[in-house]
Write a protein that binds this ligand. Structure first.
Ligand SMILES: Nc1ncnc2c1ncn2[C@@H]1O[C@H](COP(=O)(O)OP(=O)(O)OP(=O)(O)O)[C@@H](O)[C@H]1O
Ligand SMILES: [Mg+2]
Length: 316
């Protein structure tokens, strides 16, 4: 995995990759952030591969998947007999990365007590395996990645502030795909081609309508979502043209955003909806000098609907 494998023609992304390339040459810890599917893992691999440590191990750890009771010994190691079942001494994942790079993916999920131990390691270069009394020096560079907002988590006390500042000295922030639309077309063509040759089938091509839609689409799952779509279409439509109607329904019309655009907030103790409706109807009629067509427009309903509601209110 190399920087050359990271496809982009976006100046925004190119600038991020340029600085990632520079940082890779140093020994500094790096925090890679970005929404899910933006390529954080890809960038971590590429940074290691161009770093002076490239010939040494690259150990990737998903902090979200570390079993709680074993996490500490898995990361920092343990001495034989440190706990029931510890039949042998283990150097842990940090030990396994000696001379190379430890990639802590989903760092936001690391338990607070281990965050403290990790900080100590980053500051001193030493680890204290479970059951040992003497700390051990380790030559390991740390990359961390997260799709979470660690700054906000630090504010809420679920991520250690001191560790956040220690990691965030050199952040690498990957932009979401919707902020680099230049890449959509490039990646679509690349993945359609790649899956076609992988499945030994002719590549599917995109119609103008499908292409135009995908260019405007939100891509909340970023490159991973785009890649998965290409795999699906490559299989279903090998050698054919992909029309708008061939796109999956959730991509053709993404679910309406759940976030309310309503400027009103429901007060703590609730409202009287009938009263609120009557008041809004009156305000709309007043403002439009009783012009029902205009009043209906202000309320976002049809003239008939306005009449119906006025009648209903009059009867109430
Ligand atoms: N610019 C790119 N060029 C080519 N492939 C890419 C690019 N960006 C991402 N990918 C591919 O998209 C997929 C998702 O990328 P990756 O796993 O690195 O994302 P991530 O940011 O680590 O996501 P998550 O937060 O969900 O773990 C991978 O298959 C990766 O190879
Ligand atoms: Mg990842």
């Amino acid at each position: 995995m190399h920087f050359d494998d990271i496809l982009t023609r976006s100046p925004l992304m190119e600038a991020v990759l340029r600085s990632a390339h520079l940082i890779a040459q140093t020994d500094a810890s790096v925090l890679i952030t970005g929404e899910s599917g933006t390529g954080k893992e890809l960038v971590a691999h590429a940074m290691h591969a161009t770093s002076p440590r490239s010939k040494r191990p690259f150990i990737a750890v998903n902090c979200a998947a570390l079993p709680e009771t074993l996490a500490e010994s898995l990361l920092f190691g343990h001495r034989k007999g440190a706990f029931t079942g510890a039949d042998n001494s283990q150097s842990g994942l940090i030990g396994a990365a000696e001379g190379g790079t430890l990639f802590l993916d989903e760092i936001g999920e690391l338990p607070l007590n281990l965050q403290a131990k990790l900080l100590r390691f980053l500051e001193s270069g030493e680890v204290l395996p479970l059951g040992e009394s003497q700390p051990k020096r380790m030559d390991v560079r740390v990359f961390a990645a997260t799709h979470r907002d660690l700054y906000a988590m630090a504010g809420q006390g679920t991520f250690r502030k001191d560790l956040f500042y220690r990691l965030n000295i050199i952040p690498v922030e990957l932009p979401p795909l919707r902020d680099r639309r230049e890449d959509v077309d490039l990646l679509l063509k690349h993945f359609l081609q790649q899956f076609a040759s992988q499945h030994k089938q002719p590549a599917a091509t995109l119609s103008r309508e499908a292409s135009a839609h995908l260019l405007r689409y939100g891509w909340t799952g970023n490159v991973r979502e785009l890649r998965n779509l290409c795999e699906r279409l490559s299989i279903l439509l090998a050698g054919r043209e992909i029309g708008f109607h061939n796109l999956p329904a959730d991509i053709r019309s993404p679910a309406k955003r759940v976030v309310s655009t309503n400027p009103f907030n429901l007060p703590e103790d609730g409202v009287n909806l009938d009263e609120l409706e009557r008041d809004l109807l009156n305000q709309a009629l007043e403002r439009t000098q009783n012009n029902k067509t205009h009043a209906a427009k202000l309320l976002g309903i049809s003239r008939d609907a306005l009449n119906y509601r006025l009648k209903k209110q009059a009867m109430a």
